[in-house]
Ligand binder design. Structure first.
Ligand SMILES: *Cc1c(COP(=O)(O)O)cnc(C)c1O
Length: 428
């Protein structure tokens, strides 16, 4: 085998991989039709015929309901908007706590702050990287209003345990399913298990509309509240009788007709696109599972993993830190990252407890009678993944052939075969 590229040898991969691009003539035609109609959005922020949006938005929502087998699908302009709307819809507010993973996109936790509720971070399961039900249970207090459960990287969280914990206490479950469309847990689609599920349609996800998101629920009341928050609730609530005013300060979270028209075409492709990501991941696992020192992704029995992220774990070779292995792999041409996100409670807003205005709201809210902990060491498993263990490869970024997978495999075998050489490098 040739010398490691990090030491000046020839890289295992000599050209960048082809980008994942699944926009074609179907989307172009659909967009043209909308443009020709002149109606680029057909929402009006008052109750009436246009409160629920235009033809494309409504057709897209119907198609989404059918594919996911849910009673309601409410589109929005991003999953971030959907997450905030979901927190508002379940009624969380000042003094309430919502338990969330620190190892998820920042928006999962920020959505809680939008309604002045407080994120409480539970640690993750070091094999699936999802919130650990045991840690959730430890974090529950009388103030816990909801759980914000991310199905991270494409693998569903442990819903049998999570539903048991939440159900007996009347705690709502919001699923952040942005990374896991068509993932399954015990034969059920991820995102349809909790009270509200949120999907993302941003450019980086399995399917996309540029920007966009969808909330799903089987609860008529929650669906109604999501539609209100999406579309100027404060103006629309007047015409509704006997509705709760809680969190009925609305936004404009509406999706445009162009994005919805793209979404209809993308949804037709979702099974094929998800299957292609799984095939890439399976191809990697077949090639990499013999490498000592590397743990390929774990799939729990009864689960379907859809590999938004192909997360591998480094079983530390004491003398070679993960970040050096990542550098060596990158030098070979593997587009790989070290860790995912810094555990969210280590972000400045939590460390300094500055949110709305300058007085510490909502962290110092007088209606909150609990104790908040955002200290380093709070979630040791998440911190270890970030600092030491996790290799991050993103199958939704590239279109990979069998030949590309062979080249990636060669790069990994080369670098892991050269760990002793790297350890000398590290010792210098
Ligand atoms: C992408 C993502 C989001 C945000 O999605 P947007 O549509 O970009 O707002 C939220 N949560 C997770 C876990 C994500 O991966």
């Amino acid at each position: 085998m040739s010398a490691l590229a990090i030491l000046g040898g020839k890289p295992a991969i000599d050209k960048p991989f082809r980008k994942y691009n699944h926009i074609d003539e179907a989307e172009i035609q659909a967009v043209n039709k909308v443009l020709q109609s002149g109606v680029l959005s057909d929402f009006v922020g008052a109750r009436g015929k246009n409160f629920h949006g235009g033809r494309q938005v409504q057709a897209f929502e119907q198609a989404w309901r059918e594919r996911f087998g849910v009673k309601h699908a409410v589109t929005m302009n991003s999953a971030t908007s959907c997450l905030a709307a979901a927190v508002g819809a379940v009624g969380a507010g000042p003094g309430d706590e919502v338990i969330v993973s620190p190892y998820t996109m920042s928006a999962s936790a920020a959505a809680i702050l939008v309604f002045n509720a407080l994120p409480v971070f539970a640690d993750i399961d070091p094999d699936t990287f999802n919130m650990d039900p045991h840690s959730i249970e430890e974090r529950i207090t009388k103030n816990t209003k909801a759980l914000m459960v991310s199905n991270i990287f494409g693998h569903p969280a442990d819903y049998n345990r999570i539903r048991e914990i939440a159900g007996k206490r009347g705690i709502k479950i919001i699923e952040d399913n942005a990374q896991s469309p068509l993932a399954e847990y015990d034969g059920r689609l991820a995102g349809t298990i909790g009270d509200i599920g949120v999907f993302s349609l941003n450019y980086h996800k399995h399917i996309h509309t540029g920007e966009g998101g969808v909330c799903v629920t089987n609860d008529d009341g929650l669906a109604e509240r999501l539609c209100m928050i999406r579309n100027h609730a404060e103006a629309a609530i007047e015409q509704k009788e006997a509705a709760s005013l809680t969190n009925m300060i609305g936004f404009n979270f509406r999706l445009g007709e162009i994005e919805a028209a793209i979404g209809i075409e993308q949804l037709k492709k979702i099974d094929r696109l998800v299957a292609s990501r799984i095939a890439i991941a399976d191809g990697l696992t077949r090639r990499l599972s013999d490498i000592e020192g590397l743990q390929t992704p774990v799939v729990r029995p009864g689960c379907r993993h859809v590999y938004y992220v192909y997360a591998m774990k480094y079983r530390p070779h004491r003398a070679v830190p993960r970040n050096l292995v990542v550098k060596a792999l990158q030098a070979e041409g593997v587009p790989l990252g070290a860790g995912y996100v810094k555990p969210l409670y280590l972000q400045p807003i939590y460390q300094k407890r500055i949110g709305y205005g300058e007085k510490g709201c909502p962290f110092t809210c007088a209606f909150h009678d609990g104790k908040l902990n955002y200290e380093k060491g709070l979630c040791p498993a998440a911190e270890r993944m970030h600092e030491e263990d996790l290799f991050l490869f993103e199958p939704c970024k590239h279109e990979l052939s069998e030949g590309d997978l062979d080249a990636i495999s060669e790069a990994f075998h080369k670098v892991f075969g050269g760990l002793d050489i790297l350890s000398q490098l590290n010792g210098q």
